[in-house]
Design a protein around this ligand. Structure first.
Ligand code: MN
Length: 323
């Protein structure tokens, strides 16, 4: 998706650009060790399902026992593997729906997603772009294939991650971070092993542009056949790797495209060795450790807060948006 030339220029830009990210909440410096993280499980892609008529996704967390605790602060990962859509004049996607209490992070790898929301915002998430939407107190939006992409058809690959908010921020005002491909930090791996695009957090000398409410790392790693990448996260953090393309060995276990590798909070080091050219989504995050009560698109701390979300939604407090 990104040629080497593009990567070099992005890399140069990331060195020259001033850092726009605000620091995440301060936390104790982790004690670094070289101990490999233990793998909790490797989960094959669950059956694909349609979200609306535009997103053909695998919902990984639904097949992981006790996912809410093991994946805290992450709530959901819908991955849309590469799929070629035929041209159409129809709008493909999901109509107006609400969110409250968390963030939706949409990553486009191939193809383009358009969106509109009840705050009057809207935009296009193109290849390499990420939209970090803080729903917080509540928003209505719709998400669909960008019009020209729909008309032309073509390969589409994307992911949506839901990130929980700490109680203190669940009713904060909504916020958008449209993060373009050019803004991402890019770190070249040693020995020509590939490169890592940094959306949030830090990798080697690169820093991601996303501002987050709790410490989170989100990385799009491209490891060439025969190459190697290492990630080290604090032991207290949740950590996982989604293999999007290729075949790899991760901490001595084999994983292939479609596999989701969840780690225990034991050890720190994650070593990825690529058997073929691989693309991986790597995530880490400090658990929020607060009660989670979810009802569809509302994620709060108590049942009463969920009832309030339903009342507020019914009373139009999330604003208005034409379908
Ligand atoms: Mn949505």
């Amino acid at each position: 998706m990104f040629g080497l030339q593009t990567v070099r220029s992005l890399f140069a830009m990331s060195l020259n650009d001033s850092v726009t990210a605000l620091p995440v909440e301060a936390s104790a410096a982790p004690v670094l060790s070289r101990q490999a993280r233990e793998i909790e499980g490797i989960y094959a892609a669950p059956n694909l399902h349609w979200v609306g008529d535009g997103f053909r996704v695998a919902g990984y967390f639904s097949v992981i026992p006790d996912a809410a605790r093991k994946l805290d602060p992450f709530l959901l990962l819908d991955y849309h593997p590469e799929y070629v859509y035929s041209p159409t004049a129809q709008r493909r996607g999901v109509g107006v729906h609400p969110h409250r209490g968390f963030e939706t992070v949409t990553l486009a790898f191939q193809g383009s997603v358009a969106h509109h929301d009840s705050a009057g915002g809207g935009g296009v998430i193109g290849p390499g772009d990420v939209q970090w939407m803080t729903a917080a107190s509540g928003i209505l939006h719709k998400e669909y294939h960008e019009e020209k992409f729909s008309r032309d058809g073509g390969a589409f690959q994307m992911a949506q991650l839901w990130v929980n908010l700490p109680r203190a921020h669940k009713l904060s005002p909504p916020r958008y971070q449209p993060l373009s491909a050019e803004q991402m930090g890019v770190a070249e791996l040693p020995n020509g092993s590939g490169y890592v695009r940094v959306v949030a957090g830090e990798y080697l000398n690169a820093r991601g542009p996303a501002r987050t409410f709790s410490p989170i790392g989100l990385f799009d790693a491209h490891v060439n056949a025969g190459g190697r990448a290492e990630f080290s996260f604090p032991e207290r953090d949740t950590a996982a790797v989604l293999v999007m393309q290729g075949e790899v060995t991760i901490n001595a276990s084999s994983a292939k495209a479609g596999d989701f590798v969840l780690f225990r909070r034991q050890g720190e080091l994650i070593t990825i060795e690529a058997k073929s050219d691989a693309q991986l989504l790597v995530l880490n995050g400090e658990p929020i450790n607060e009660p989670i009560v979810q009802y569809g698109p509302f994620v709060m701390n108590t049942p009463a807060e969920i009832r309030q979300a339903m009342v507020d939604f019914a009373n139009g407090k999330f604003g208005h948006l034409e379908d």
